[in-house]
Every structure is written in C-alpha cells, then in structure tokens.
Design a protein around this ligand. Sequence first.
Ligand SMILES: NC(=O)c1ccc[n+]([C@@H]2O[C@H](COP(=O)([O-])OP(=O)(O)OC[C@H]3O[C@@H](n4cnc5c(N)ncnc54)[C@H](O)[C@@H]3O)[C@@H](O)[C@H]2O)c1
Length: 244
Amino acid sequence: MTGAANGLGRAIATRLAAEGARLALFDIDRDGLAQVAEDLARAGTPAFALTVDVTGEAQVLDAFARLEAEFGALDSLVNNVGGSRNAKIWEMSLADWDFTVNLNLRSAFLCTRAALPAMMQRQAGSIVCMSSGSREGTPWTASHSGGAAYAAAKAGIHGFIRDVALEVAPFGIRINAVAPGPIETDRTREVFAHMNATLEHSPNRMVPMRRLGQPHEIADAVLFLASEEASYVTGVTLDVAGGR
Ligand SMILES: NC(=O)c1ccc[n+]([C@@H]2O[C@H](COP(=O)([O-])OP(=O)(O)OC[C@H]3O[C@@H](n4cnc5c(N)ncnc54)[C@H](O)[C@@H]3O)[C@@H](O)[C@H]2O)c1
C-alpha cells in the first residue's frame, strides 16, 4: 500500500495487519515509514517497507519489481497517497495544480499499471484507491483556501476506477475507491478545529452526522473493499463521509 507512514495510510496498514495481511509499505517519508514498520513488527506483523516517490515512473517500476521479487503477485493494492496544495482558483499556480493532480492521480495510475500484469496472470486481485468527498466540491475548503485541483483529481479517481473496473473484470480483478469526508488525523486536527471555530460552512455544521470521521472508519471501509467480503463489488466509490 502507498502512503503508509502517516494519517489514514498508517491506520489502514495497522487494520490490514491485524487481519493477518502480509504488508508492503511505500512512502516518501523514510522516518515515518520506519516507525510504522517498527510498530507493526512489535505487534508481530513484520512488513516490507520501501522509501519511494510514487509520482515517479522509474521509481514505481523499480519498487514493484522489488516487491514482486519479495512477495510474488499482490493480492491487493491500496493507492492511498494523496494530498493538496490549496489556493483560490484565480490565484492557483500551474505548479500547485500539477503537483496536486500528479500526487493524487498520476500516483494511482502508475501503481495500478505496475501491479496489474502479475494480478492478470493470476486472474485475481483487488485494488482500492482513495477519492474524497471533495470530488464534488467542499464548502469548508472552498471558503477557507480553495481546493479545485484536489476536487478535480479526486473526481478523476472516480472516473479512473469506473473505467479500469470494466477493463480488468474479465481477469477476475476488482477496483474500487473510498471517498472520505473530513477525517481527524495528526495532520488535519488543528486545521479542522480552526475551521469548526471560525467558518459558517464548517465540517461540523455541514456534515449531517455533525462530527469529524476517525481514521479507523476509513480503514474499515478499505478492508471491506480489498477483501473477499466485497467479491461482487467493483467500480464503486464508497462515501465514508458522515452522510454528505
Ligand atoms: N484526512 C482527510 O480528511 C481526508 C479526506 C478525504 C480524502 N483523504 C485522502 O486520503 C489519503 C490519505 O490522506 P491523509 O490525510 O492520511 O494524508 P497524509 O498527508 O497524512 O498522509 C499521506 C502520506 O503519503 C505520503 N506521501 C506524500 N507524497 C508521497 C509521494 N510522492 N510518494 C510516496 N508517499 C507520499 C506522505 O509522506 C504521508 O505519509 C489521501 O489520498 C487523501 O487525499 C483524506
């Protein structure tokens, strides 16, 4: 899985490991990755951890080659990496637009393309990508800082999984996405607290369940879609967003 060193990725890795999965963790954050791997090993589930920038084609190809040499074909791939450089659209630089689209969309494309040949050979596999409630626009982000590049990239993930699901179904492979609402992580805690204290269209006012989500609620959804429990589910973006 990608982006395993922090936030939701870390929660997903912990949840999958608790279910007995043998994990390969990719992240650009070497220290964070080492910490997660150490925590998992201490819990009795050692993982294969690799520092890699998943927006780089050569790095991704090399990482999957090393991974397959170690593991053979993957059962599941979780394309979790994502994030945003926000700005109001009339002030957004091309560099920030490209960074955001590449981080969310190019990474999912590169990792999916790299994982598929071995899955197709085995005629089995499941892929889970990370979209967002933001794919339909987010009131608090729009009024706070502007998130059009992120919204476009996360809507792109929905289009991506819809099409790839059709392409890979004949090979016994499923691909879905999870679309989180505002989830409280170490990175987002202060930002969301500030928004809830200052914005009219804040997460706690706009989300029907009137609270932030917790990382384990996303990890549970990823586990479901990655597992055989979802054996007849493909091409779906599952909102885990408190009703929004
Ligand atoms: N937290 C939320 O409220 C929320 C809401 C909706 C969607 N999401 C999505 O969920 C996913 C995880 O979000 P998060 O909040 O845990 O983010 P995060 O920023 O806390 O963690 C992202 C991880 O990806 C890693 N990473 C960043 N760039 C990378 C690269 N080029 N190559 C490899 N690793 C890289 C980071 O080091 C980090 O460990 C993202 O796709 C995000 O867009 C999050």
